[in-house]
Every structure is written in C-alpha cells, then in structure tokens.
Write a protein that binds this ligand. Structure first.
Ligand SMILES: Nc1ncnc2c1ncn2[C@@H]1O[C@H](COP(=O)(O)OP(=O)(O)O)[C@@H](O)[C@H]1O
Ligand SMILES: CC(C)(COP(=O)(O)O)[C@@H](O)C(=O)NCCC(=O)O
Ligand SMILES: [K+]
Length: 252
C-alpha cells in the first residue's frame, strides 16, 4: 500500500513516496522539480518508482499546473486527489472565515504540526512557518484551533520587487549582517529582518494568547536559510506537509 504525497507550490513540485498511507510511514523516495520542468517527471524521477497504490496532494499554483502534474501521474493507475481545506480535520479546527480559501499547503502543514504536538503528549500550541515563494506564519492553540496566520513575500519576491521598483538595486544578494555596509548585504539582511521580525512578533503574540511554550516548526525550501536567523530557534521539518497529507489519507 505505497502512498505518493505531492505538494505543488508556486516555485516547485515536491513529492514523497511512503511505504504506507499513514502517519509514521517510511519515506522510500522523494524529490522536487521546479514547475517549469514537471512535464518530464514521468520520464525522469517517477519512471523507476514502484507504482504507488494511492496519492494525495495539495496544490496552490493554479489549475493549469495541477493538470500538468495529473498528466505525469497517468503512468500509474491512480485517481489524483487534491486536498480542499475543510472546517475541521485530523484534530485541527480551521478558523479561517472561508475555510476552503486557506491554502491547501498551509492546511496540510497545520495538520502535520498538530500530529507532532499530539505525539509529544503535551497539548501544546504551535507556530508553523512555511518558507516558500511566499512565507506564511500560522498559529494553532493547545486545543488544535487554527488562530490565523500571516502571508509575506518570500526572499525571492522581496528582492525581485525591490529590483523592479528601483534604479539602484540591480545587484547580487549578499550576506545577512547586523549593520550592512554594502547594497548586497543590505538587501539580504533587510529581507531576513522582515521575515524574522514577523515570525518573532507572531511568536510573542502566541505566547501572550496561550501562555504556553509553543512547538516551533519551519518548513519549505528556504527554511534552511531563515531558521538560523530566528530566535527562539525553530525546528526544520522538511516533511511537515507530507506528514499532514499522510494523516489526511489515513482518515479515508
Ligand atoms: N534548489 C533551489 N534553487 C533555488 N531556490 C531554491 C531551491 N530550493 C529552495 N529554494 C528557495 O525556496 C523557495 C522555493 O521553496 P519551495 O518551498 O519549493 O516553494 P513553494 O512551496 O512556494 O514552491 C525559492 O523561492 C527559493 O528561495
Ligand atoms: C500563501 C500561499 C501562496 C503559499 O504558497 P507557496 O509559497 O507555498 O507557493 C498559498 O498557501 C496560497 O495560495 N494560499 C491561499 C490564500 C490563503 O492561504 O489565504
Ligand atoms: K510551500
């Protein structure tokens, strides 16, 4: 009963093949493809894979991209299924005003985080940061209620906006330093400060609202860049969205 988890973001399609459709399953293979290259998946990354018996995905890059991914899935006898956030599932209460308008990747990450909060035995709140094309900072209370979250531009979008909106910022990105003394470092440090600042601000608010110490989880392609810059420290969980998809699939 192998299970294929797929996360289609606005920059990359991430996939993971598990040995069973339930939390705690073993990851057999995984990969990522930039959206421009997903039409070759059936002939490359997926060609030698053992045929999955089931699949569940979250897709936030629009219907055209989703259909392109479905075409690649035709090498297997699979019914492509895509997550639509609901009012409640897997112990998470979706507090969004219109639950189905929450990004399906955010919903899967919230569910993945809740499984981890419950697994630690403690009823802890959680702060979930997804660092992708956009960056989201989502909070769950100790009872699994999604309190709400921020959406910010990711590093790439921030730097591209500055480059397009100004005459003098067409420079390579530099390093994150406390007091940047050149344009490249100023750009990289400014982007990092904006993201780290927003995360630290939401963490303070979550502690104020719940009074408890929260589980701090970060996922997404640029998490490895951002995590070292944020205090208190966040755990990087690359498979967080997949863990949410496993929990949702196990519910079926
Ligand atoms: N191999 C890579 N090359 C370039 N950028 C990468 C790579 N891996 C991760 N990133 C960074 O992470 C972002 C994409 O991460 P990802 O989580 O796949 O985004 P999304 O979920 O929005 O598709 C990019 O905007 C970039 O900052
Ligand atoms: C916020 C997002 C763009 C993040 O997508 P990503 O950065 O992973 O490509 C995605 O979750 C989305 O399209 N959300 C829908 C709107 C919302 O969550 O309010
Ligand atoms: K994402």
């Amino acid at each position: 009963m192998t299970f294929l988890a797929i996360d289609i973001g606005n920059t990359r399609l991430k996939w993971g093949l598990y040995d069973a459709p339930q939390p705690g399953a073993t990851l057999l293979a995984h990969g990522a493809a930039f959206l421009e290259t997903i039409d070759t998946l059936a002939d490359t990354d997926w060609k030698a894979l053992p045929a999955p018996t089931a699949m569940l995905g979250c897709a936030v890059a629009g219907d055209v991209v989703r259909r392109r991914a479905e075409e690649q899935l035709e090498i297997w006898d699979l019914e492509p299924r895509w997550v639509v956030p609901t009012a409640q599932d897997c112990g998470v209460i979706n507090g969004y005003e219109h639950p189905n308008r929450l990004g399906a990747d955010r919903w899967a990450a919230l569910i993945g985080a809740r499984q981890r909060a419950l697994a630690t035995g403690s009823r802890r709140p959680a702060l979930i940061v997804m660092v992708g094309t956009a960056v989201t900072v989502d909070a769950i209370d100790a009872d699994g209620r999604f309190l709400g979250g921020l959406i910010l531009p990711g590093f790439g979008l921030m730097l591209r906006a500055l480059e397009m909106g100004t005459a003098g910022l067409k420079v390579p990105t530099g390093d994150v330093v406390d007091f940047p003394k050149n344009t490249s470092d100023a750009l990289m440090s400014g982007g990092a400060a904006a993201l780290a600042g927003a995360i630290e601000r939401q963490h303070r608010r979550l502690v104020q609202v719940t009074g408890a110490s929260a589980l701090l989880l970060m996922t997404g392609g640029a998490a490895v860049k951002l995590a070292p810059l944020v205090h208190p420290p966040f755990e990087i969980v690359d498979s967080l969205i997949f863990e949410g998809l496993l929990a949702l699939q196990a519910q079926r």
